[in-house]
Design a binder for this molecule. Structure first.
Ligand SMILES: *[C@@H]1O[C@H](CO)[C@@H](O)[C@H](O)[C@H]1NC(C)=O
Ligand SMILES: CC(=O)N[C@H]1CO[C@H](CO)[C@@H](O)[C@@H]1O
Length: 386
């Protein structure tokens, strides 16, 4: 998984010019520092300068990092201004140590770094999906009481985000399961949301995500769990918040229209349901490879979901997406975001998978300052902030 793609492209010498989207500078960089025709070497951060579309001097530009792509009229990949309601990053770490419950803070799991969140806010992002484990919040049973320590840390993270005016998506990263067993008790599931909503109902910048990636479950059960969560959240008095529902088959956008068509029947008295889908661009769509299938795979994979949303008068959020640090993925991700933006009547936003203090050299890590995804995609993603 460790990504060596970008460094490998020009690791062989200082002769060649950098190709599209390749690295062209940064601390300790040994390769080419100029780009092929039509591309400009753009300062991204101290560790990374990148060949981005656009005419101009082929030397490194230190300033105006994200504005330099506008001059290449022929370049269809140059994004225009975004109008997403939500655009941001998953912060994943509080759910780490799956299976080790409750586990030890600082060893098995940790909460997101507020300074990293602040960096993302400074970059312009306004939405953070905060993953957590239901087994840590309610250790004994779904209907049980919250663990005070875990709740406090989760609440501190949420409050940090929303005190800055950003949205915090509460993401029980549980796959429709509790201690690895598919949740079938809808009333108990609802009671979890009663407690969660009671806790956060006065904070309108909180978004309730009903659960991360249901999969291999009865389709009616997925419907029922989502509806139970919606009913409980509203009954608890949380009426201003958006609710993100997720679907079966890992909430994949590419299979949504076939698999999750029944979810169009979900109802909310506040009419604030958003369909959260996920989409990765590797062969099996699992988000486990640095490679993307093709430069237009992003658009291909979400097109049917776009059609489904519009045909049914629904709105969606691409709650997880990512791509490896290479030119094919860079173009595929650009195409994906352009498509979402062009259809922003039905796609309200997107959030990258993922940041978190413990991702290390993970191929998609958006943890500043040196996560592979952050280094390679921040300058692109920043262009889409709300
Ligand atoms: C909460 O965070 C504090 C550090 O701020 C840590 O000492 C404590 O163990 C954490 N507790 C839980 C349950 O996460
Ligand atoms: C796509 C991806 O990497 N998903 C991972 C997200 O993090 C959880 C753990 O929190 C993993 O189980 C997933 O594989």
């Amino acid at each position: 998984m460790k990504s060596t793609v970008v460094a490998g492209l020009f690791a062989t010498g200082a002769v060649a010019q950098g190709g599209p989207w390749s690295q062209c500078g940064g601390n300790n960089w040994q390769g080419a520092t100029t780009c092929v025709s039509g591309y400009t070497c753009v300062y991204v951060n101290d560790w990374y300068h990148q060949c981005q579309p656009g005419a101009g001097p082929t030397t490194t530009l230190r300033t105006s990092t994200t504005k330099t792509t506008s001059t290449a009229g022929a370049t269809s990949t140059s994004p225009s201004r975004g109008k997403f309601k939500w655009f941001g990053v998953n912060h994943s770490s509080a759910e780490f140590g799956k299976g080790i419950f409750p586990g030890t803070w600082g060893k098995d799991f940790i909460f997101p770094s507020t300074s990293s969140i602040q960096t993302h806010i400074n970059d312009g992002y306004n939405t953070f999906r905060v993953a957590f484990a239901m087994e840590r919040l309610v250790p004994n049973q779904l209907t049980g009481s919250f663990d005070a320590g875990y709740l406090k840390n989760l609440t501190d993270t949420v409050n940090f985000i929303t005190s800055k005016g950003s949205y915090a998506i509460l993401d029980p990263h549980n796959f429709g399961r509790y201690y690895d067993k598919i949740i079938t008790d809808k009333a108990a599931f609802g009671s979890f949301y009663t407690k969660l909503a009671t806790q956060f109902k006065s904070n309108s910048l909180v978004v309730f995500d009903t659960n991360n990636e249901y999969h291999d479950m009865d389709q009616q059960l997925v419907f029922d769990l989502n509806q139970a969560a919606i009913n409980a959240i509203r009954a608890a008095g949380a009426t201003s918040q958006y609710i993100f529902v997720e679907g079966n088959s890992w909430s994949g956008a590419w299979t949504w229209a076939q698999t999750n068509d029944n979810l169009k029947g979900l109802t909310d008295p506040q009419n604030k349901i958003v369909y959260e889908m996920h989409q990765y661009l590797d062969t099996d769509g699992s988000g486990t490879s640095t490679a993307c299938v093709s430069t237009d795979i992003g658009v291909q994979r979400v097109q049917s979901a776009t059609n489904w949303l519009r045909a049914n008068g629904k709105v969606g959020m691409l709650g997880e997406f990512a791509g490896g640090a290479n030119s094919v993925c860079n173009q595929a991700v650009t195409g994906l975001l352009e498509h979402l933006k062009a259809n922003s009547d039905v796609w309200l936003g997107a959030s990258w998978w993922a940041a978190g203090p413990w991702w290390g050299d993970y191929m998609y890590s958006f943890e500043p300052p040196s996560g592979t995804g952050y280094v390679n995609y921040n300058s692109l993603l920043k262009k889409y902030v709300a």
